[in-house]
Ligand binder design. Structure first.
Ligand code: MGD
Ligand code: MGD
Ligand code: MO
Length: 762
């Protein structure tokens, strides 16, 4: 390793790193106008004790063989040689496939992994599982599960209407009013899968505001829009946004300020929705005030404001990561249609704008390097967040997108690049589900809570320990990601591990296609080089690209995409919805006959909401100081904790009523579990709401308040998924509903246990 400064890339930004044989120093790419502080977690990864240093097997599995075992998550580990573990794993894969069929292998393996396009853990795992016989896969994401199923049926292809519709340049140049449901928090748009070289969101919002644009933040949390836009804060009750949207539509229509022409020429199902708005109970401002906690006067004022000038309605991903999460997405699209703004520059509706750094950019004009897929010969899938249901209820029926389906009987689960024991809801239930497996295999660089439940733990390299290519279709830079630090101990690239396993199973050549890692990078890059050459643009060869460290790609034209074309000529450019129009009401969805997702946006009472026993809404949003659970032990992440514990935000009035002081350790609890966190008093949050971000590694210990819950009643560290409800958004999409749950809050009358999440198991 030389001491020169080298380029690398992460989901939170492109950066430069220099290693002196002991410490890694990093700085952001000089072209990034607003780099993310999450980068400061990176140096802590070097030599951290939480790293997995050698292949490990769970004692019970190694000694007694595969099978159902409640000891998963509670057992000790043995260190074994790579050869021994790969031999055993190859034999077990063969056993499961021949005894139970290929669908008995679950390769859904959800998770963000690292930014490089070649060493992308899911891509590698899917390829391995596909060439060795196939697997049960997962569909949709935790991020946008409800929207991914709904949007194509009512508006258009998910990427087309989220990534390539309204851009930040359009917001800076055209928007008069931004009505942001769930906000557009800079902490979130700092992140883009595959990397982001320029964080443009703050600059664009500031430019809009300097031009006179007005920002309205509908959210329980004030920091969901940057301070410098001086947003009007409407601190709504969580989970009730669709009621506000319906009242805004009702008010605009009742006052005759809706765009009747646009509704007639570009929309379908308006009669269905209109009837609902005016049927008893009439969905007016007074009706919504009682549900949302936003007073009727404010609602009427908002309805007045948005009906003039260029209005953009945005809906953050968080709103649909909830029970009936389809409704606020549909409501936002319908509201923008009632205003007649869809398809105008800087106007209309953009789901997810500001939730991720991919959105609001025109995208690149040529294909970026990607790892080639191999078709999965098995056609068995589940909606991704139904994984615990699948393991607990094999063969049982469930509804999804208008069909009745049955869960496959999975015996072996394989995870690379994801951390379900951070990301899934109701982690004690997930632990019971994972006990049902014969074998659970996890590739990870670190001893996460997921690794601690695995039978086989395979130590992966981290991104800074290998060469790769960083690229995404939303960012102009292709980055030569260069190895910054040596590979520690016995860690191996996922590719090398899976190649060896494929070889043992007789499919080595199909997996590698005879290429080394370096040859794969050259091969992947070539697609982009060729496309550039075809356009007559400068097309450096791989060596030159690698030497330079980056390549800037031409951008697509910022033309508003499919929605602008549809607006201009709906007959010539129909949307891919059943009617070819924006479906503000849908006959197809109505036809499913599901009460939990009717044929138009609707307010539906949630099954879970605060009550006398659990008086608070817990918002578990994305953490500002890290990406999910990644590098939770990093300096920036730890810097925001208190005594190593995650911090819960509480309104001072709520704290005072419970006698809670700032910094004190508190207990959040409900019928599913409990978690400790350090209290932070803040009037940036709506009273009655608590906020605890995701990502603190689950650290189950006995709960002295609930000895009946055994050894995992309490998370000592503050992972909100100790408390969340594991239930689909509705029978339409079955999306993740992790964002919101109802909890009680108390002082913690015992000496708080030390957080042990970052210390490897015995
Ligand atoms: N309560 C609640 N829960 C939520 C959410 C919420 O809002 N509330 N949000 C959900 C959302 S939107 C998401 S996307 C999920 C995110 O959940 P995940 O994507 O599972 O979270 P990450 O922490 O990014 O997990 C990535 C894992 O991959 C590992 N890794 C990194 N690089 C490599 C590599 O090269 N090889 C291998 N083998 N492993 C690697 C990391 O160490 C880490 O353990 O969480 C969901 N969970
Ligand atoms: N720093 C950082 N950024 C990230 C990530 C990360 O882990 N760390 N993860 C990335 C990923 S995978 C994803 S999918 C996106 C997710 O993007 P989002 O889902 O948009 O992000 P969240 O932070 O979970 O939620 C945004 C805000 O919505 C508000 N909110 C919650 N419930 C409600 C509600 O019912 N109504 C209203 N009006 N507001 C509500 C909360 O105050 C919250 O701060 O973020 C991405 N960006
Ligand atoms: Mo996500």
């Amino acid at each position: 390793m030389t001491e020169t400064e080298l380029t690398h890339s992460a989901h939170w930004g492109v950066f430069r790193g220099r290693y002196d044989g002991r410490r890694l120093r990093v700085r952001p790419h000089p072209g990034d106008p607003d780099p993310s502080p999450v980068l400061d977690n990176m140096p802590s990864a070097v030599g951290h004790p939480a790293r997995v240093t050698a292949p490990a097997v769970r004692r019970g599995w190694w000694e007694r063989g595969p099978g159902r075992d409640p000891a998963r998550g509670r057992d000790g580990y043995l260190t074994v040689s790579w050869d021994a573990v790969l031999d055993r794993l190859a034999a077990e894969t063969h056993r499961v496939r021949t005894t139970h069929g290929d669908a008995a292998v679950y390769g859904g393996s959800y998770g963000w992994a690292s930014a490089g396009r070649f060493h992308h853990a899911q891509g590698q795992l899917h390829r391995f599982l596909a060439v060795t016989g196939g697997y049960t896969r997962s569909v949709n994401s935790y991020s946008g599960g409800a929207a991914e199923v709904l949007l194509p049926q009512i508006l258009g292809g998910f990427d087309a209407v989220t990534r390539y519709a309204v851009t930040w340049d359009q917001v800076a140049g055209h928007t008069d009013t931004v009505l942001a449901f769930g906000g557009m928090a800079l902490k979130n748009s700092a992140i883009a899968a595959g990397g982001v070289s320029r964080h443009v969101e703050r600059g664009a919002m500031r430019a809009a505001r300097d031009r006179g644009a007005v920002f309205i933040l509908v959210s329980p949390l004030r920091p969901d829009l940057p301070e410098e836009v001086d947003a009007t804060w409407v601190p709504i009750r969580p989970g009730t946004d669709v009621a506000l949207m319906l009242a805004l539509m009702h008010t605009v229509v009742a006052e005759g300020r809706h765009d009747a022409e646009f509704l007639a020429s570009h929309c379908a199902g308006w009669e269905r929705l209109r009837e609902y708005l005016f049927a008893a109970p009439v969905k007016d401002a007074d009706w919504a005030a009682a549900i949302t906690g936003v007073d009727a006067g404010t609602i009427r004022e908002l309805a007045w404001r948005i009906a003039y000038g260029r209005t953009l309605v945005t809906v953050a991903q968080s709103l649909q990561r909830a029970e009936h999460g389809e409704q606020p997405v549909w409501g936002g699209a319908a509201l923008a249609s009632v205003l007649g703004q869809v398809g105008l520059p800087g106007g209309g509706f953009n789901y997810g704008l500001g939730s991720l750094g991919h959105y609001g950019r025109p995208g690149v004009a040529v294909p970026v390097p990607t790892f080639s897929r191999v078709p999965n010969p098995v056609n068995s899938f589940i909606p991704v967040a139904r994984v615990a249901d699948m393991l607990l209820h094999p063969g049982e029926p469930y509804a999804y997108d208008g069909a009745e389906r049955r869960y496959p009987h999975v015996r072996m689960a394989w995870w690379a690049g994801g951390n379900p024991f951070h990301h899934h809801q109701d982690l004690r239930r997930l632990r019971r589900a994972v006990a049902e497996l014969d074998t659970f295999v996890v590739h990870d660089p670190a001893w996460t809570a997921t690794a601690r439940h695995a039978d086989v733990v395979l130590p992966s390299t981290m991104t800074i320990e290998r060469d790769d290519i960083g690229a995404t279709s939303s960012d102009p830079l292709v980055v030569a990601m260069k190895q910054l630090v040596p590979v520690p101990d016995e860690a191996r690239d996922d590719y090398d591990v899976l190649a060896e396993l494929a070889h043992r199973l007789g499919h080595g050549a199909a997996f590698t296609e005879g290429r080394s890692s370096y040859e794969w990078l050259v091969h992947m890059y070539d697609r982009t080089r060729k496309a550039l050459a075809d356009r007559g643009e400068p097309a450096p060869d791989f060596e030159e690209f690698w030497e330079r460290g980056e390549l800037e790609l031409p951008q697509r034209r910022d033309d508003g995409g499919v929605l602008a074309r549809f607006r201009a000529d709906p007959a010539a450019n129909p949307l891919p919805t059943p009617s070819g129009r924006i479906e503000v009401g849908s006959a197809t969805i109505a036809g499913h006959g599901d009460a939990d997702c009717p044929g138009h946006p609707a307010w539906l009472e949630p099954a879970e909401a605060p009550d006398g026993r659990h008086p608070f809404w817990l918002v578990s949003n994305q953490p500002a100081t890290r990406l999910h659970s990644q590098l939770d032990f990093g300096a920036h992440s730890l810097g925001a904790k208190r005594s190593g514990r995650e911090v819960v935000r509480i309104h001072p009035d709520d704290a005072a009523a419970l006698g809670i002081t700032d910094g004190e350790v508190v207990r959040l609890h409900n019928d599913r579990g409990a978690a400790l966190a350090a209290a932070r008093l803040s009037d940036d949050i709506r009273p009655g709401v608590l906020q605890l971000p995701t990502g603190a590694w689950w650290d189950p210990v006995p709960d002295p308040e609930r000895p009946d819950r055994g050894d995992d009643g309490l998370c000592a560290h503050g992972n909100p998924n100790a408390l969340t409800r594991d239930h689909g958004s509705s029978s339409l999409a079955q999306g993740c509903t992790g964002q919101l749950c109802a909890v009680a809050l108390s002082r913690y009358p015992h000496p708080p246990p030390e957080v042990a999440a970052h210390t490897p198991p015995a």
